[in-house]
Design a protein around this ligand. Sequence first.
Ligand SMILES: *Cc1c(COP(=O)(O)O)cnc(C)c1O
Length: 381
Amino acid sequence: MKPTREQFLPFGLPLLGEEEINEVVATLASGWLSTGPKTLQFEKEFAAYVGVKEAVGLTSCTAALHLALLAHGIGAGDEVLLPSFTFAATANMVVNVGAKPIFVDIAEEDFCIDPDLLERSITANTKAIIVVHYAGLPARMEAINALAKKHHLVVIEDAAHAAGSEYKGKKIGGLGNTASFSFYATKNMSTGEGGMLTTDDPDVADFVRKNRLHGISKDAWKRYEKEGSWRYDVEYAGWKYNMFDLQAAIGVHQLRKLDAFLEKRNDYAIQYDNAFEGVKGLILPPKKMDAFHSYHLYPIRVQSMPRDHFIEKMAERNIGTSVHFIPLHLQSFYQKTFGYREGDLPATERIFNEIVSIPLYPKMTEEDVAYIIESVHQILK
Ligand SMILES: *Cc1c(COP(=O)(O)O)cnc(C)c1O
């Protein structure tokens, strides 16, 4: 048995290089710090990468979810179907536009919202489905889109884990009506904090562009350029969610590296799969033949000991882990406000009780991967 490593191995870390540093310095030197040419460049390149008409840079995925719901006119009296097995942002934004979150259970095959359970939750008030591509493994979009079409529902992708993921040969980000990406520090690509909304709908993009900057008329930031004008019109009571050029300076380089990052994530995931295959009491993360998995997360299910005990043992060996996610229907706000209770979503609760995400990111070395494999074997033997 290898000795415990001296240095703590964090659960997640971004991978930044000289390119990002130089671009940030150049952007600082340019004097243009807020939303401007770099943001525009990053948006164009991101849209091209995903294969959509429009990409709008925002301060976070949370902001992208918020403006997506508003752009589709979702508000008071409306119901939105979504998984409980997600980060707080997904449901919080539904609540913050005045709509009601209706949690639907997940499927064992992908930990994403289960299309077979969706229809029974649809009422006359249902307006939208938010799909979370959990861990970067795409949900069953064909079935979900078919249901949405049948019932005239909007499909919003929470693609926080899925930058670079593909479903049936198409990049995630253009499969629903809009998609929301996160560039938070530990996501597949990072700008520190940041987000992007993608869509093929020019009206949605126009609404989001205006509402990220106080609801003032298009390209309001151009008023500081020579050909700009000091005049503007406030069309909406909007927000202040605009991505700024220092973020975009990091983003343009992270995007160029994204495919290499995902290759590394897949390479490490295969090493884990091979090493853990057949380990008793451990269930490997799901995968699909018709999808490219970003492996934002590598969530294993531990059945031979309490999950929390496994986490403690990993911590003793200086390995950080995390749990994605504490189901939202078990959180006090959602229980108090909407009456959700333990027992409401059996698959979500069963999986939550066993699940733990072990480190998987391109900054990790082969030695880190080997150490984690050895540690998991030791702990579960
Ligand atoms: C990280 C995350 C978000 C929020 O992203 P931010 O950019 O931090 O707002 C939303 N949904 C899911 C599933 C996430 O993991």
